[in-house]
Ligand binder design. Structure first.
Ligand SMILES: [Zn+2]
Length: 313
């Protein structure tokens, strides 16, 4: 009886303590035109100039990045250990609608001593932030590239995707997937303060509306309405993860976010491991991205934290 009571208390504490990833304000916004997969424009090229920028080199535990229990990972003898990864951000220039950024690399504050970093000590050590080898910060990039940024899209609100948000001018629109700010987990008890600080407590998040009809949730938003830039709802890694299909001047490009972190994961269609909230939904979302990629034979794939070298031409 006593043990049962103790277990019950733990469960209650766990439920009561589950906590949203951020306490920042957020509002649902209707942007873009909902489309079905069969309606996606089949041409490879489009008007967007896309640049991928390596913000930092880093390392992370392989068992977080790849589901090592997946039969394909077992067959390949993948073991836990440190995997070299990178942190990216992407710059989209649309000739008519201007400049947008996907994810936010690193803020200039991370050039300073660790004591000044806007993350808690526990989070910094758990995340191996001391291993970051910075290539460029958002502030440094903005000094070289002063064009106005119309908006920022966050693939999701994990800390390593929002580290540079504060370097952008206050008031820049920040978009997430639907339900991402409210994503609730026990773990968030430890990261919410750092997430709020990194986003900037004044930042009001805009959640893209993927509600659709109950029987048919929206999976694709044609953001500009000209079939050049599709935002894809890919729940699983987090509640409101989003990915992007871009018709660029150099062909179709797919930015997966952390629905797939690694090159190996993409090439073998294996989901992330411990870093993912819901493996089954992550798997369904990864399958959707693989189905989109199959429609474009020359598509370039950009996993969340590694780059797939383009095939020889
Ligand atoms: Zn993540």
């Amino acid at each position: 009886m006593k043990i049962q009571r103790i277990i019950f208390s733990f469960i209650s504490i766990g439920i009561l303590s589950a906590c949203a990833v951020t306490s920042n304000r957020s509002s649902l916004v209707n942007k873009g035109i909902p489309v079905a997969i069969q309606d996606i424009n089949s041409s490879d090229k489009g008007p967007i100039n896309l640049k991928k920028i390596v913000a930092a080199d880093w390392v992370a535990e392989r068992g977080g990045l790849i589901n090592l229990k997946d039969p394909k990972a077992v067959a390949a003898s993948l073991q836990s250990g440190q995997e070299p990864i990178q942190i990216y951000f992407y710059v989209l220039d649309h000739p008519k609608f201007g400049r947008y950024v996907i994810d936010t690399g690193l803020g200039d504050i991370f050039r300073k001593d660790k004591k000044e970093w806007p993350v808690s000590g526990i989070v910094a050590s758990q995340m191996n932030l001391g291993e970051l080898k910075i290539h460029i910060t958002i502030k440094e990039w903005l000094q070289k590239e002063p064009n106005k940024v119309e908006g920022i899209f966050l693939t999701h609100l994990h800390l390593d995707h929002i580290l540079g948000t504060q370097d952008f001018p206050l008031g820049t629109s920040v978009y997430t997937g639907q339900n991402e700010p409210g994503d609730s987990r026990f773990l968030h008890l430890f990261v919410q303060g750092s997430t709020d600080t990194l986003l900037g407590r004044e930042t009001n998040l805009s959640e893209l509306n993927f509600s659709g009809k109950e029987s048919a949730p929206i999976r694709f938003l044609d953001f500009f309405g000209d079939q050049s830039f599709y935002i894809i709802s890919v729940p699983g890694h987090t509640e409101g993860s989003i990915a992007f299909l871009i018709k660029s001047t150099s062909g179709a490009q797919l930015i997966t976010g952390d629905t797939c972190h690694t090159s190996w994961g993409w090439l073998n269609n294996v989901t992330p491991g411990d870093f993912t909230k819901d493996l089954e939904r992550n798997k369904q979302s990864l399958n959707l991205l693989q189905a989109i990629a199959a429609k474009f034979p020359k598509i370039q794939i950009h996993p969340g934290h590694q780059s797939i070298s383009s095939p020889a031409k």
